[in-house]
Structures are given as C-alpha cells and as structure tokens.
Ligand binder design. Sequence first.
Ligand SMILES: *Cc1c(COP(=O)(O)O)cnc(C)c1O
Length: 362
Amino acid sequence: MPRPIRATIHTQALRHNLQVVQSAVPDARVWAVVKANAYGHGIERVFEGLRGADGFALLDLQEAQRLRTLGWRGPILLLEGAFELRDLELCSRLDLWHTVHSEAQIDMLAAHKTNVPHRVFLKMNVGMNRLGFRPEQYRSAWTRLNALPQVDEISLMAHFSDADGPVGVAVQMETFLAASAELPGERSLHNSAAVLRHGQLPGDWVRAGIALYGSSPDHPEHTGAHWQLQPTLSLNADIIGTQDLKAGDTVGYGSTFVAQAAMRIGIVACGYADGYPRICPTGTPVLVAGTRSQTLGRVSMDMLAVDLTPTPEAGIGDEVTLWGRAKTGAVLPIDEVAACAQTVGYELMCALAQRVPVTVEP
Ligand SMILES: *Cc1c(COP(=O)(O)O)cnc(C)c1O
C-alpha cells in the first residue's frame, strides 16, 4: 500500500473561483494565470476547471506547449516574454502572445523572421521595479515596437506592487494612465488582489492567479471565505500511529513539545518531504476527522504529530487534513497554515512535493 497521503484537486472549486473573478470584473476578459505548473496544482489537472477563462498566462514555453497539447486554441500570454531569439520562433509556431518589457526584447523581435506578426503586451514599470519600461521611456518603446513589421496589435500592461495592502493602487494607476494616455490598445493591470479590492478600475484583461486557487490575496485582512473563494487543493494524510503521553513526556526531534498532563497524540504520514513546512510550530491548525486540532513538536521529514485531545475516538487510519477540505466537508484554509509558516498560500501550493499522489475530483 502506498503511504497514506494524498492531494486532491477540486475541479468544481476552480470553476467556482473563476466565476467569482469574472463577476468581480464583468466587463473584462480573464487570463487564468497558470505559471509554476498552475501554482503547483499541475496544468493538466486544472485545465478542465479553468478552460472557461478567456486565456492562459504563464512564463515557461514548455508549459505553453503543454496547453496547446491539451487542445487549447485560445490566447496564451507569456508574462516575461522571450528570453532568447529562439523563443520567438516558438511564439510564432504556437501563436503565443508575449510581454515586451525591455529594449533587448524589442531587438529580438526586430531580428525575428516571421510572416505572422505577433500580438504583444508592452509592460510599464509603475513602481514595482521588477520588469518594464519606466513611464518616461514608455512612449518611445511603443513607437519603436509599433514600427516593426513583426508586431501586430500592442496591448498596454502594468503590474501593481501594493494591490493587496493599505498603500493600494491609486498612485501607480495614475502613473500608468498618464504615461499611456492616447496610446491605442487594450489594457491589462489587475492581479487577483486588484480584481477583488479594486475591480472597478479600468482594464480590458485581468490576470488572476491565486484567487482561482482559493487562497485570499490579502489574508489575514480578508479570508478566502470573505471573498467567496473555495479551496482547490487539499492535502490529507492518515494517522499511522498513536502514543499515550504522561505529564513531562516530549514529542519529536529536539523535544520541543512537553506534555503538561496525560494526553493522546496521533502520528500523521506527512512531513516536510511532502511539502508541509518544517517551520510550522506547535499549534499550527489541522483537522482530525474534520475536527479542528493542532500540530505538536517539530515536523519531521515523513511525519508530524497532532493533538488528539479534541477527538478522543480518533486512531490509526483516521484522516488528518493539513489544509483544504476534509471528508466531512470541513475546511482548513491554506492561508492559516501559511501564516503559521510565515509565508503565503502561494508558496505552500507551489511546494507540494512530487512524491504526493494527486487525484482530480470533478
Ligand atoms: C503571477 C502574476 C499575476 C497573478 O498574480 P496573483 O496574485 O496570483 O493573482 C499577475 N500578473 C503577473 C505579471 C504575474 O506575474
């Protein structure tokens, strides 16, 4: 028998979350962002749930190829554009739209031999200072791009640094609008946080990632439930052992947890080699047979310990939910576990280990 641990992808929840995004921006088209292998879910596994999107956005050419292999004929956008000249051949062949964020990429386009001009998204750096042309360079980049026979329609794009927090997007939005005024073309500005918190702002295409996967982009200010999002990735494992502790007994490496009184604990077939963060301290929430409890002591490579005090009948073979949905229907938001690990839901999803078997639920 394989180790009793499993991840489950909830197709209906993906569909539901996509609808949440669509209804937040009813006039915009939605890119489903599926970079990093669909935030760890697997592109092939989320395709059915997200095929109602208007396009898919990602950055790896091989992932774009996989989408074409799945039969997707609609738009695909490369969020970082081409890395070398050869990439543009694949863009031509697979009909990929791509970001242009640097002079080097304009040079590549000028050197690219193609009969089919490309649809490009010209990126403005409005303050994140990662990729893009500064506002004062934007217009000349557009003019240079527009003169190339290799280029078809140019869309205008920016990425907000603070859509999820108190700083907001007003200043960066103003920068974008001022520097792109009178330029023709569709606009794409919003990530998930901007869609949910600032969806009334202008934009023809939104780029939604984390919200589609049921994690709140602005946790802990708002939970996924607040935004009506449903978990799309559950991680469950079984109890494979139990221990009856006496007062003073300790649990796990380093003996970091000390029982204050007699108690029962369960040993669960999930550890950091499965993608569960080792940094999660005693007290990180779990569900035992759907009932809320907590981890105890250090997470080891293949196992962790949970408190069975709230579920005295629980024993070997019972299900422990590390995040997502339990058999009972109870939900433990991935964002709560991420907060205990001092990170965000994104990182936990992306870190799900290869060795964990994944099933796709309709
Ligand atoms: C990843 C990414 C997104 C999606 O961000 P979420 O916070 O997951 O919605 C949008 N735009 C760009 C450029 C990205 O790289």
